[in-house]
Design a protein around this ligand. Structure first.
Ligand SMILES: *Cc1c(COP(=O)(O)O)cnc(C)c1O
Length: 451
């Protein structure tokens, strides 16, 4: 087997690399499954769609995760997005350790959260000159942004896109992507019909559908929420002009435009997708990278909208642990590192190289393949003809994806166990690590083609 040697990480025991998680992980899964639903604390972590069992992770450093079986894997999950600077960046760890010594939570205002809010506002165009609130998860960020949009407009209806995932709040679990799509439960049980009665759906990247919804529900739509680059149906870029037209339409009809940049924020550019495409929403939801690996997220935007939030306005949103010192320390250290040494040119070069090589590897063995990429997020779909929305993504060959996933894992490369997820590069993905990945991918594609 062609398992890559791993520079600068813990020593790895020799193990079977036939794609199984390993003996210790299997043991742990057996125990986990008895006490935790499905053995996992978030459904995307299960290997339901690809077969087998997930490796249990003991630690992570740089571009690698190290399993409980002592196997170092090249990581493209990146803790589902946050690990822009690689795992356990020394300056981030140091900031968290220093903060921890002063106490884990005060439930009160701190100096650091002010500095953090100012830095977020300086970096994210839609929050510049506006305001931002810290919360604990991306779910809270989008849920709260929608509430304030409804409070601000006095309207009830919202629009989301088919296959987009905005967290697990009730109102957004309709035609949801990510794990919900993977498991075939895009509308969750336990969500009352009445709660989602005001959630309208449009196909992703379809501006005519949005125009129609606005015509059919005149003056009733509070907000349109969109992943500017979709990541939860796999990576799907916006069609040229789509975001611009969305901005014009929502503006013309007094609808709050919300960019869910939980995944894209600080990943695609310093100011996220809105900077990359030059389209500024009214509100932005942030998560993942903004917390530097800690449970911290944020939402913010135009001042007159954010002024609707309690205690200065009538929209209630709160949190015991919101802005907690450890999350703020990790997030602040991460954003400062980005500001000091912008990683985007490096990430673009590494990602372009890798994704081109993956497409070449698929082509060389005659596999239909669509390599979607924006900056350092990408998905290779096992189908030809392009992927622009959820229906396109669902037209992928999921059986081939499962084989691909297994073959890559057997060669030491850890990918999200679903066709409907994005892969992420970090600044720790060196030339050598990318080359190791490409070597593994050539073999894995050949194995996929042979099935
Ligand atoms: C991950 C994600 C969320 C949910 O964030 P959590 O922190 O998991 O609650 C929301 N929106 C998008 C676009 C995401 O990628």
């Amino acid at each position: 087997m062609n398992r890559p040697t791993v520079p600068g990480t813990v020593s790895t025991e020799e193990r079977s690399t036939d794609g199984r998680a390993g003996a210790r992980s299997s043991e742990l899964m057996a125990s986990a499954a008895r006490v935790i639903p499905g053995g996992v604390n978030s459904p995307v972590r299960a290997f339901s769609a690809v077969g087998g069992e997930p490796p249990f992770i003991r630690k992570a450093t740089g571009a690698h995760v190290i399993t409980e079986d002592g196997i170092a894997l090249i990581d493209y999950v990146g803790t589902w997005g946050p690990a822009l600077l690689g795992h356990a960046h020394p300056e981030v760890i140091d900031a968290v350790q220093r903060a921890a010594r002063d106490g884990l939570s005060f439930g009160a205002a701190t100096a650091a959260e002010v500095e953090f809010a100012e830095l977020i506002a300086a970096m994210v165009p839609s929050i510049r000159g506006g305001m931002v609130r810290l919360v604990n998860s991306g779910t809270e960020a989008t849920m709260s942004a929608l509430r304030v949009a409804r409070g601000f407009t006095g309207r009830d209806k919202i629009v989301k896109m088919d296959g987009a995932y905005h967290g697990h709040a009730d109102v957004l679990l309709v035609a949801a992507g990510s794990g919900a799509a993977t498991l075939g439960i895009p509308g969750s049980a336990g969500v009352p019909k009445s709660v989602v009665a005001d959630t309208l759906l449009a196909p992703h990247n379809d501006i005519t559908a949005i125009e129609t919804l606005i015509q059919v529900h005149p003056g009733q739509i509070a907000a349109v929420i969109v992943e500017p680059v979709a990541g939860n149906m796999g990576c799907v870029p916006p069609r040229p002009g789509y975001l611009e037209r969305l901005r014009e339409l929502t503006q013309a009809h007094g609808i709050v435009l919300i960019f869910d940049e939980v995944m894209t924020g600080f990943r695609l550019a310093r100011g996220g997708a809105q900077e990359l495409y030059g389209v500024i929403p009214d509100l932005t939801a942030l998560g993942k990278i903004v917390g530097g690996g800690m449970p911290l997220a944020a939402y913010g935007g135009r001042r007159e909208i954010m002024e609707c939030i309690a205690p200065i306005g009538p929209v209630y949103q709160a949190g015991t642990l919101s802005g907690n010192p450890l999350g703020v320390a990790a997030g602040l250290a991460t954003l400062k590192l980005i500001e000091r040494d912008p990683p985007y040119a490096f990430l673009e070069a590494q990602s372009a190289n890798l994704v081109t090589a993956l497409s070449d590897a698929a082509a060389s063995v005659g596999l239909p393949y669509t390599g979607n990429r924006v900056g350092s997020m990408f998905t290779g779909f096992f189908r030809s003809g392009g992927v622009w929305n959820y229906d396109d993504a669902k037209g992928s060959d999921l059986r081939r994806f499962a084989t691909w996933h297994r073959e890559m894992l057997a060669r030491g490369v850890y990918l999200a166990p679903s066709q409907f997820e994005a892969a992420f590069l970090s600044t720790a993905h060196t030339d050598e690590i990318v080359a190791q990945t490409i070597a593994a991918a050539r073999e894995a594609m050949a194995a996929v083609a042979a099935v």
